[in-house]
Structure formats: structure tokens, C-alpha cells
Design a protein. Structure first.
Length: 300
């Protein structure tokens, strides 16, 4: 049987400050490919609990009209940063795409900092609660250093220097900024529809009913969603616990079974696409005749 902790032991020999890119890549892509994806989905969802953020998303109509593309854009650009590194050619292009998308809006630095904090903390929280093993301190610190460096390249100010400080900021920001708004509810329910759309009928209805179990009470209240019923909570727990047990003993099989398409909006990505075409500034991504250099497709 494969030694499931061999990779962790190797990661523990690295320095999370200087080797954070390698640690975060291995942790997110190899150790927790499915769980890391679910954590990022929660991160996207929680940002919609803030009226200042959901108002921008609601105003653009991105989730109302192009929810799958909006999700794919985020997934591809983050995947490029993780896989190639933020200072690689494709990593720098991904940063340019992200900055270009944000430049159109007057977004407060505090809101940008909060979104960045969710990308650090929500995957860690999901993994620690639901995955086949919890994250190590090395993995948590590597995620922190990775996204702080991304934040610097996005010109986000007042970045924290410690993981604990980022977590305190995240908690306090949510305490002060989570509140009900019509835009929260609209975008939040559009996200439910998107996530449920990945499953065939009638399974999509079950998934839609259990998805709110991923959120805590403050987030549900801010989104104007009712608390999920007991049966949904039981079904959700059974599903994620069952996945964790299977992931522990058969990671390669689970990777084959659970890996989703890299991006439904961009069939065959990265082949046939220029990375500069990825992003919300494009409503219908053009396909190139000549493929770009091959990049590994990020697993979900």
C-alpha cells in the first residue's frame, strides 16, 4: 500500500518561507486536489457575503450571464500561478490578466485584502475539517507566503507578515462586513445554480440542497439562505467523510474519478488558447489556430 504520509514528510523538510511555491503546488495539486478545489469554491462564495463585493459582481452580470466562464477564469488564472509560479512567464501573464480585470472597478484595498485572505484560509479550513488528513503548519505557512507574494504583485497594500495576523484580519472583516443585501442573495444563489449544474439530474437537486452545508451561520444569514435541514447536513457529512476515507486508501483512483474538466468554457485548455484571452474582459474566448506551449491542466 502506498505510504500516504511520504509526501508530507518530504514537505516538512522544506522551508515554507523560501520554498512556499513548491510546497503549495504539491499540497494543493497532489495531496488535496479535490478538497482544495472545494475550499476555493467556499472562498468565492464567502466573498459574496459582503455587499461591496457582491454589488460589483451583481452589477457586471458575470454570474447571472456567464457564471461558468467567471468560475473558469478564476480557476485557470490561479492554476497558472500555482503550477508555473507567479514569476514564470505564464504566471506574470496571469497576474496581468487579474490586474486588468480589477482595474475597471473602484475596489477598496481592504476588500481586495479580504478576498486574498479567503484564498489562503478557506482551503485550509475545508481540508482541516473534511479531508483525509489536516494541513501541517508548513503547508499553512506556505499557502500564506504564496498568496502574500501574489498580493504584492497585485499591488495590494497592508499585507500581513504573519499567518495569525491574516486570520485575525479575516475574522474581524467578516464580523464587520457580513450583512444581508439583495446583491448577496442574487449572486449567492447563482453560485448554487452553477455548482449544482455540474451534476446530472436528479443528482443536481440533491447537490443544490446540500451545498449550503458548506457555509456557516453568518455566511448563510448574509446570503439570505435558510439553514439546511437535518437530512441535508447528514447527507453532506456522509459524502465528504466518505470521500476522505476513499482518498486516504486510493488517491490515484479518486483522482481519476473526481477530476473535472480544467475549464468547461475553454474546451481543451490550454491547447488552442492564448492565456491573454482568459479573463472577464472576454465574453466569448477566441480560439487560436496554433496551440500555446503545453501546461499541465490543474486538477479539481
Amino acid at each position: 500500500m502506498r505510504d500516504r504520509y511520504a509526501t508530507l514528510r518530504r514537505l516538512e523538510t522544506l522551508d515554507p518561507k523560501t520554498d512556499h511555491q513548491e510546497i503549495h503546488r504539491v499540497s494543493s495539486d497532489s495531496e488535496f486536489p479535490w478538497d482544495y478545489g472545494r475550499g476555493l469554491e467556499v472562498a468565492i462564495w464567502r466573498t459574496c457575503c459582503v455587499p461591496a463585493i457582491s454589488g460589483v459582481l451583481d452589477g457586471t452580470g458575470e454570474f447571472a450571464l456567464r457564471a461558468q466562464k467567471r468560475y473558469d477564469d478564476t480557476r485557470i488564472l490561479l492554476g497558472e500561478l500555482v503550477r508555473g509560479g507567479y514569476d514564470s512567464d505564464r504566471g506574470r501573464q496571469a497576474i496581468r490578466q487579474i490586474n486588468q480585470a480589477h482595474r475597471r472597478f473602484d475596489i477598496a484595498n481592504e476588500d481586495m485584502l479580504y478576498v486574498l485572505s479567503t484564498f489562503v484560509l478557506e482551503p485550509v479550513r475545508w481540508i482541516d475539517r473534511w479531508a483525509w488528513r489536516p494541513t501541517s503548519e508548513t503547508e499553512r505557512l506556505a499557502a500564506f507566503y504564496f498568496f502574500v507574494n501574489v498580493g504584492k504583485r497585485m499591488n495590494i497594500r497592508e499585507l500581513p507578515t504573519e499567518y495569525a495576523a491574516f486570520e485575525r484580519f479575516n475574522r474581524e472583516y467578516e464580523r464587520l462586513r457580513f450583512r444581508r443585501a439583495a446583491s448577496n442573495h442574487r449572486v449567492g444563489t447563482q453560485i448554487i445554480d452553477l455548482y449544482a449544474s455540474w451534476y446530472p439530474r436528479p443528482l443536481d437537486g440533491l447537490v443544490a440542497a446540500t451545498l449550503p452545508c458548506r457555509l456557516d451561520a453568518p455566511a448563510l444569514d448574509a446570503l439570505g439562505l435558510p439553514a439546511p435541514p437535518l437530512w441535508a447536513r447528514v447527507a453532506h457529512r456522509a459524502g465528504v467523510r466518505g470521500h476522505a476515507r476513499a482518498e486516504r486508501v486510493a488517491p490515484r483512483l479518486m483522482a481519476r474519478l473526481m477530476t473535472r474538466p480544467t475549464a468547461r468554457t475553454y474546451p481543451g485548455y490550454p491547447h488552442g488558447y492564448d492565456l491573454a484571452d482568459i479573463g472577464p474582459h472576454r465574453t466569448s474566448p477566441p480560439v487560436r489556430q496554433q496551440p500555446t506551449a503545453r501546461a499541465d491542466s490543474p486538477e479539481d
